[in-house]
Design a protein around this ligand. Sequence first.
Ligand code: SF4
Ligand code: SF4
Length: 492
Amino acid sequence: MKHDFATAIKRFYGGVHPDDRKKLSLQNAIESISMPERLFIPLHQHIGAPSEPCVKTGDKVFKGELIGSSQGFVSSCVHAPTSGIVLGIEDHVAGHPSGLGQQCIVLEPDGNDQWHPELTGLEDPLNASPAQIIDKIRQAGVVGLGGASFPSFIKMSPQQHQSIDMLIINGVECEPYLTCDARVMEERSEEIVESIRIMLHALGIQNCVIGIESNKPGAIQAISKAVEKTPKISISVLPVVYPQGAEKMLIEAVTGRQIPAGKLPIDFGVIVHNVATALAIRNAVLFGHPLINRIVTVTGLGINRPANLEVPIGTPVQALIDHCGGLKRDVKRVVLGGPMMGVAIHDFGVPVVKGTSGVLAMLEQEMHIEPEQPCIRCGYCVQACPMHLVPCEMALRARHDLIDQLQDVNLLDCIECGSCAYVCPANIPLVHYFRYGKMAMANSKRVNEKKELTSQRSQAKQNRMEFERAEKERKKQEMRLALAAKKTEPVT
Ligand code: SF4
Ligand code: SF4
């Protein structure tokens, strides 16, 4: 529904109220799927540098074995989701939701699902040092499972000048349709609380709030029961507003603290982890188990049997669709993620990665397909933007390729939540323009850097040539002087 602004009592600015459509899969318990014939495990599933393959074609690997090692500090490693044979390391055409393709390790499962024998956890994590806990999280390749895929060990490692006083666990799941986090909270609440205790110990703090929107009564009940005897952990039941699950919005909703553009939550004493990430952290610390599977919601009116599935990373989306009884004949669009921030896919060979929260199959009636009209300067998009941006102006500049002027309207602060596009009466696909603008800015930065490098090199060459010319001249002059001195020497 259009022009439906967030009106509930809440703290952050902007936001919208799309129909949550969670009923389709909210009551469906998490199921496992059978192991596919091939897994395509991308080496770049996280923010930061891609991992480097550390196996070769023909290698036999165990479940949980390291197959891609992290490169540099902001990076994460990748592990085998099951035991099997490495068939190759290749550019899988559908290796990324962007459709650009990327390097994947292709693994043929051997059917034994045999864990690596050397994986061990910490026996008594509540008496372990923070460094030991953080190292387990790093080794396990845990990244944020809410979609951002930022390496979790970095969030758990505040600098000395950053004083943390609160951990927030993000159980908001504000994106319509998605229910994987709600099911995790309902079915694995004790494990989440166990993980929170470990994280509080590692961070040396005493205060954790779990934020959950009020449209998840099952999750609220389960988590409330699990935290009953732990006074350090409380629950904040929040009104349903999109995009409350975005980190900065959630912090403002729970604590009232505003995180300005360019700053991180950690600068304001807060660390936020998604509920599924908390579960992955627990498995890493207690058992040494790496992040090799995740829960994915398969939903929408276009799928025959909506479900919440626990799937190995690298499973092609087609396998999830097949498990759910296939697509309906008149399906119009399939999206990875939710309807607000997801990316449409056309090749169902795309594998599930650590950040894949949903597969959404939509019929025409679920979509809003209207022709784009000229902007009428109504300002609805400005009212809806939780980042205090002026979306109409950003789109105008991106559309006219005024790349140099995009920085002035803070395009890079846009979190691509889609709230502005949702309320736009002119049906302008604003987020597409923003993605295009960001790409153009990155390209222009690269071109400028290249130009700068070329000019530095040419200047250096010119300096060198001038120096060599001057040297030559100096030597000639010395020789001339020596010759002249020789000629004037008295003959004895
Ligand atoms: S972009 Fe859309 S919402 Fe924004 S001012 Fe223009 S018409 Fe209104
Ligand atoms: S401009 Fe960006 S952050 Fe603001 S509402 Fe639009 S998509 Fe969201």
